[in-house]
Design a binder for this molecule. Structure first.
Ligand SMILES: [Ca+2]
Length: 148
């Protein structure tokens, strides 16, 4: 085997890594981090599909936001953080705007499944997916506690 043939797969792999890093699709990863920390989300809901409706291998973009992602993007509080495509350039204020928008839509039921966004985030279901709802009993207990 020639030297060129042996190094080709390595070069190809390196190229995939470089191209992968350059894609703007991860621009809003910092948004997710912010929301994940605020609600102390675990790996179940603290991921891209919190705000995006994704087909297998599909990357999160502003075109495939789910109901919760759309409400978040439409909230006036998030404005300062929108329109940037480099996650490294978000200021603390801009990221605080994302958190503010998330809090501002807490009482909404984005996916229309009967549980508010906050209830879903606190109970570990997806606020943007109608098929994902909090356990009825847990939701009842949660609401009783919230009233106290
Ligand atoms: Ca809901």
């Amino acid at each position: 085997m020639s030297r060129t043939l042996r190094t080709a797969p390595i070069l190809a792999a390196a190229l995939v890594v470089v191209v992968g890093m350059a894609l703007p699709v991860l621009a809003q990863k910092k948004f997710l981090e912010k929301v994940r920390r605020h609600y102390q989300l675990d790996a179940t809901t603290g991921k891209c599909t919190l705000c995006h409706q994704l087909q297998p291998k599909e990357e999160p973009t502003k075109e495939n936001l789910n109901a919760y992602g759309k409400d978040l993007a439409a909230d006036p509080a998030i404005k300062p953080a929108l329109g940037k495509d480099d996650e490294h350039k978000f200021t603390d204020d801009e990221l605080a705007a994302v958190e503010k928008a998330a809090v501002s839509i807490e009482a909404k039921d984005s996916d229309g499944d009967g549980a508010t966004n906050k209830e879903e985030l606190d109970l570990g279901s997806f606020p943007g997916d109608k098929a994902s709802t909090p356990d009825a009993k847990k939701l009842e207990e949660y609401r009783k506690k919230a009233k106290k």
